[in-house]
Design a protein around this ligand. Structure first.
Ligand SMILES: *[C@@H]1O[C@H](CO)[C@@H](O)[C@H](O)[C@H]1NC(C)=O
Ligand SMILES: *[C@@H]1O[C@H](CO)[C@@H](O)[C@H](O)[C@H]1NC(C)=O
Ligand SMILES: *[C@@H]1O[C@H](CO)[C@@H](O)[C@H](O)[C@H]1NC(C)=O
Length: 356
């Protein structure tokens, strides 16, 4: 018994050291001038620190200043971020999930990715997870506005005026160059909570003036997916679930155009198996993930992510249960069948409490 544990620990250590080493090597290639011998020392001293973190499952405090070593730059990714990337690599290799994890890097995907050339950053937009804030951060970095507070709301999503180009606007060679060398990230959250959030935002509250969701898209969904033909209320979450879980949903998707970005899978939006992202942020831990992303992208001294009101990012099972109440198991299972790739790739637990 003792033996096995020792062996396991040794394996972990080897894998961990390998990841640390490969990380260090890629960093060095990215910016040969930026990492001096001094930082190599920092790299060595922070290793045990990061090793400890895995067990305690929380995030790094700044490494203690040791002598003259600058504490600000962290060369070792806390293991949680390394594990997220590792999970994606493994799930991408899973043949059984191939259809749910792979997608071509099409114009649709390249349209989702925003470019900051000045700091070599690519950001894939995944609506309903604080994307507006990230876009504002990048708009400021690109220089169109001096501060986040000075960007008018009307300009954030207006790509004529906000100085935030889409990756699709570059030539094929320029696209490939950026995909290969830039820092790339996006943010995810629990897939079902995201759908609830999209439903509320687009069909219930509709805070931005976007009448087409209620007046064109909702009637289209009701016409095809409402079970009870005598029911005349506006779109219900059940109608939405039946549409999303239908294996033939593409027929309607085509009519809805780019509005589907609010509910198609993260796989379809960002192609995480085809594009090698540098960091995946989780909405549920955004308070730690946002500063980490800024640090890794090398822009933490230039911008900060706006304060996150406490409690809004946490997963709320009660809310999820309430929304799915009364929806048939068959419909929920079909929905899960479509979003299984997102659950598995990003490490979200299968919602057995809804499926069984
Ligand atoms: C995957 O998709 C292809 C093409 O769309 C289809 O022919 C195949 O049956 C799918 N495989 C699975 C396991 O769903
Ligand atoms: C269908 O909807 C109508 C109107 O809301 C309702 O009175 C009726 O009970 C519903 N039928 C079923 C089977 O749910
Ligand atoms: C979770 O959602 C329920 C139902 O929407 C709500 O009443 C509750 O306040 C939420 N809990 C938290 C911690 O936000």
């Amino acid at each position: 018994m003792h033996h096995q544990w020792l062996l396991l620990a040794a394996c972990f250590w080897v894998i961990f050291m390998f990841m640390v080493a490969s990380k260090f090597i890629t960093l060095t290639f990215k910016d040969p001038d930026g990492y001096s011998a001094k930082q190599e020392f920092l790299f060595l001293t922070t290793v045990p620190e990061a090793g400890r973190l895995r067990e305690e499952k929380h995030f790094a405090e700044d490494p203690k200043p040791t002598g003259k070593v600058a504490p600000s730059s962290q060369l070792v990714a806390p293991l949680v971020y390394v594990e997220r990337l590792e999970l994606i690599r493994n799930v991408c290799r899973d043949e059984a999930l191939k259809n749910l994890s792979h997608t071509p890097v099409s114009k649709f995907v390249l349209d989702r990715i925003f470019v900051c050339d000045k700091h070599k950053i690519l950001f894939c937009q995944t609506p309903k997870v604080g994307n507006t804030q990230w876009k504002k951060v990048l708009i400021v970095l690109n220089g169109a506005f001096p501060a986040i507070g000075e960007i008018p709301e009307s300009v954030v999503h207006d790509h004529e005026k906000n100085g935030l180009p889409r990756l699709s606007s570059f030539s094929q060679a320029e696209i490939q160059k950026r995909l290969k060398t830039y820092f790339k990230f996006f943010i995810v959250r629990d897939p079902f909570e995201r759908l609830i959030s999209a439903f509320k935002d687009k069909f219930v509250h509709n805070p931005r003036f976007e009448p087409w969701y209620r007046h064109e898209i909702a009637p289209g969904i009701i016409r095809k997916y409402r079970k009870n033909r005598t029911e005349t209320r506006g779109i219900q979450f059940e109608d939405f679930v039946r549409y999303l879980g239908d294996p033939n949903h593409r027929w309607l998707d085509l009519q809805f155009g780019d509005h589907i970005i609010h509910w198609v899978t993260y796989v379809e939006l960002c192609a995480p198996c085809e594009i090698k992202y540098s960091v995946i942020g989780h909405h549920e831990t955004l308070e730690e993930d946002a500063p980490y992303i800024l640090r890794e992208a090398g822009i933490d001294h230039l911008v900060s992510y706006p304060a996150i009101p406490p409690g809004i990012t946490a997963y709320n099972r009660t809310k999820v249960e309430r929304y799915f109440l009364g929806i048939s198991k068959r419909d929920i299972r079909r929905l899960y069948a479509r979003f299984e790739g997102d659950f598995k790739l990003f490490g979200y637990q299968k919602p057995d409490f809804l499926l069984n």
